[in-house]
Each structure stands twice: as C-alpha cells, then as structure tokens.
Design a protein around this ligand. Structure first.
Ligand SMILES: C[S@@+](CC[C@H](N)C(=O)[O-])C[C@H]1O[C@@H](n2cnc3c(N)ncnc32)[C@H](O)[C@@H]1O
Length: 191
C-alpha cells in the first residue's frame, strides 16, 4: 500500500469529520518514532487507541513490537478498513475506546503499554471519563500509558480533573518535527 493511499484516507476522513479525526495532518514519522520509543521493553500486549491511518503502528512494528502483541482499536470505519489492509498481520478492532474492556475481551497476557492518539483533551468530559475508567480497568502495575497532545505545556494525565487514577509521572518531551508540534508523554501505573 502506498504512502499516497494512506494520506488520501486521512484527508478524506478529515474532510468528512474533522472533530472526530482530531488532527489536521497525519502524525509525522518523528512523532510516531518518539511514541514507539517510550514503549517499555519486555513482554505483553501493546494496545493502540485511535491509530488513524497507522503511522504509530508502523513505528511500533519498526521498534520491534511483534504483530501478535499489537491490538488496534479504531472507531472510524474507513480507518479500520485501511488498517486491516495495511497491516493484515495485526488484530484491528473497529470500535469505540469507551467500550475497551468489552472489545478486547479476555486477555491472558500483561498489557505492556497503551499507546493513544485519541484527542482526549478535546473530547466531551463524560466520554473521556469513560475511556479513563476503561483504561484503568485493563491496566495493572507495570502498564505504561503513552499519549501525544498539541497542548505543549500540559504535563498532566489527559483525564478529567481531579484525576485520582493510577497513572502518574511523566517522561515527556516536545516533538517539533510534526505539524503542529506535539508533546509526547508516558505515564506509569504507580501502585
Ligand atoms: C488524532 S487522530 C490519529 C491520527 C493518526 N496519528 C494518524 O496520523 O493517522 C485520532 C484518531 O482517533 C480515532 N478516535 C477518536 N475517538 C475514538 C474513540 N472514542 N475510540 C476509538 N478511536 C477513536 C479517530 O477516528 C482518529 O483516527
């Protein structure tokens, strides 16, 4: 599949539904590599939320995450179809992260990381709270939550305040080679 097709899928989706897409451009390779680099080494599943056209997925594979360990959850049908074609070896779930635990079903392995491109800071509070609950539900000590944002100075977990969930600490930095520049953060489950 060509890069042009990937870009076309993104632009078409953005024109159809800019609010849901949550970004004006696909994420750059720089941003994707920075996200992937924050996945801790070790065993277990890596869940990607809102993979869109798939730049983070590509970077996760390049980082050495086995296709079998990756599960993608994408709400937009055309992106989900595109991902299935682009990455036939990876499990792609077409669904809403609000129902994450049900969508994933029983997972017998630890969850090493959750890599999110969801536009959490611009989504309705109630939805974000539900997604936060779902993320907590599937996570455990050792799970890392990785998120990017265009709010460059906001280092807090992107969940409704006051946040009393298990994720804290931030290994974050700004990626200037992205349009617009973005901040990448990794939060760890501190028991
Ligand atoms: C910022 S875009 C990701 C862009 C991606 N990095 C790229 O370059 O193609 C956010 C993605 O999250 C998806 N999304 C938004 N809300 C979602 C939800 N509640 N559950 C699952 N996916 C969602 C959108 O369909 C979109 O693909």
């Amino acid at each position: 599949m060509t890069e042009h097709r990937t870009l076309f899928t993104f632009v078409r989706e953005f024109i159809k539904n800019p609010r849901h897409t949550g970004a004006i451009c696909p994420s750059s390779g720089f941003l994707a590599r920075q996200m992937a680099a924050l996945v801790p080494p070790g065993e277990g599943k890596v869940i990607e939320l809102g993979p869109g056209s798939g730049p983070m997925t590509r970077a996760l594979l390049n980082r050495g995450i086995a296709p079998n360990d990756l599960i993608l959850v994408e709400r937009t049908q055309s992106f989900a179809d595109h991902l299935k074609q682009r990455f036939p070896q990876i499990k792609v779930i077409h669904g809403d992260a609000c129902g994450l635990s049900t969508l994933l079903g029983q997972i017998d392995e630890p969850i090493r990381a959750i890599v999110s491109s969801l536009p959490l800071r611009s989504m309705p509070r109630a939805l974000v709270q539900q997604i936060s609950n779902e993320i907590n539900h599937i996570s455990h000590p050792g799970t890392r939550f990785i998120q990017f944002t265009y709010y460059l100075h906001d280092k807090k977990p992107p969940f409704p305040e006051p946040y009393s969930g298990p994720f804290s600490g931030s290994e974050g930095h700004i990626v200037w080679c992205n349009f617009p520049p973005a901040r990448v953060d990794a939060f760890d489950w501190i028991a």
